[in-house]
Design a protein around this ligand. Structure first.
Ligand SMILES: [Zn+2]
Length: 416
């Protein structure tokens, strides 16, 4: 490879530490939910880093940040670009690396390419996607790039706290008309790559340094509702009851077996169960169970849904209650580009780093970008697999390794 360009690890770490102080809360984590004062502070900090490095930031109609370096070769300006980035918003009391790692590493790659005056065939851009964590809409910024939002959709959008998107957006200086004009022409994109923490334990358990992400899981969801009969908790014998909660409990207990029947990568979760009439001495009549199910393969995702439906019906029969099932696949799986997976694996090998292929169980902006251009993702290990909490952590050496593999991949894609 000759002399290998690497990131400035000290600067990368210093930036992640500085960004990791913005929005720090008493509970120990970071709260930079989209369009909040701390999110604005983080974005302003990012603008300063770009200005300091002599880079230009374009802000699109929904606040996505698209960063360019002054062109070394002017005729490459209009060629399809290679994008890399992630997000700097967080969940409430979240961690320091989710999103921030990929956003700052991409900036660092662009800084290195710029300061070394490296001539590439295509421009490289560093991106910050708006509201990845979905304070207002899941993957808001990349959805805006991939398919755009109508004014009616934006006006109907409500935040987790019940506030209206349009209020938060205009208070943060946003323009609603511009917000409906964010869809980009796929012909302007050559490829996209995102570096991210794994947010799970797989790489750490394998003892591997780099994850080559094969695809992003598809997600289905909805609810299963069991209807039994409310009766006296003391006078109704156990035999012959129509207890909707006993049926609901049986369904939830069956989740591990149902997932195991589909095999690797299948997960099922119920996060909310509501019980009516909800009285300690009345047999539950109506129980509503939320169901979230995921798999990286579209056919297997459908098979997993069929397993859940079949089990819910069988359990309803067994316990003599009625069931209504309202499940649907909501986000299709996003397979990632094989050629970019090969580049990432080769870059890791060339740097003497161990790598393995794995799917992403979490959603990422890359699943939207994959609908626009060949897209890849690089994972680095999460200590104890923790994420979306103050304990979220990744060792600095893994941060540096991941950023270097990203740099190599971007240079390959941009054509050296
Ligand atoms: Zn993230």
């Amino acid at each position: 490879m000759g002399s290998v360009l690497s990131v400035n690890a000290q600067r990368l770490v210093a930036d992640l530490e500085a960004l990791g102080q913005i929005g720090r809360v008493a509970a120990g984590g970071l709260s930079r939910t989209s369009f909040s004062a701390t999110d604005t502070e983080a974005r302003n900090w990012y603008f300063e880093r770009c200005a300091e490095a002599g880079l230009t930031v374009v802000v699109d109609g929904l606040g996505n940040l698209i960063v360019s370096s002054p062109d070394v070769v002017p005729e490459t300006t209009d060629r399809p670009a290679v994008w890399s980035g992630s997000h700097i918003d967080t969940v409430p009391n979240g961690g320091q690396f989710d999103g921030a790692l990929g956003a700052i590493a991409a900036l660092e790659c662009l800084r290195r390419i710029h300061e070394e005056g490296i001539v590439l065939e295509r421009p490289v851009r560093s991106i910050v996607y708006t509201d990845e964590e979905g304070s207002y809409a899941h993957l808001l910024g990349s959805s805006a790039l991939a398919r755009g939002y109508s004014l009616a959709e934006l006006e109907a959008m409500n935040g987790r706290d019940g506030d209206r998107f349009v209020d938060a957006f205009t208070a943060a200086g946003g323009n609603l008309d511009a917000a409906t004009r964010t869809k980009i022409d796929p012909a302007t994109l050559h490829a996209t790559v995102e570096l991210h923490i794994e947010q799970g334990p797989t790489l750490e358990n394998l003892g591997h340094e780099i994850g080559v992400v094969t695809g992003i899981v598809g997600l289905g969801g909805g609810s299963v509702t069991f209807r039994g009969r409310a009766d006296h908790a003391g006078t109704t014998p156990m035999l012959g009851r129509k207890d909707a909660l006993v049926a609901a409990g049986a369904l939830v207990v069956a989740f591990p077996d149902l997932a195991a029947r589909i095999g690797d990568g299948a997960v099922i979760t119920s996060g909310v169960i509501s019980v009516e009439p909800g009285s300690a001495n009345v047999i539950p009549e109506l129980v509503h169970v939320t169901v979230d199910f995921r798999h990286p393969d579209a056919n297997q995702l459908a098979a997993l849904e069929a397993e859940i439906r079949g089990a819910a019906r069988a359990i309803a029969d067994q316990y003599g209650v009625d069931v209504s099932i309202d499940l649907e696949p909501s986000i299709p799986p996003a397979p990632l580009n094989q050629g970019i997976q090969d580049l990432i694996a080769a870059a890791a090998a060339a740097r003497g780093l161990s790598s393995s292929c794995l799917p992403s169980g979490a959603g990422h902006d890359s699943q939207n970008m994959a609908t626009l251009a060949p897209t890849g993702m690089i994972f680095v290990p999460s200590i104890d697999g923790r994420s979306h909490c103050p304990q979220e952590n990744t060792s600095w050496i893994d941060v540096e390794n991941g950023a270097n593999v990203l740099l190599d991949t971007l240079i390959q894609l941009a054509g050296s």
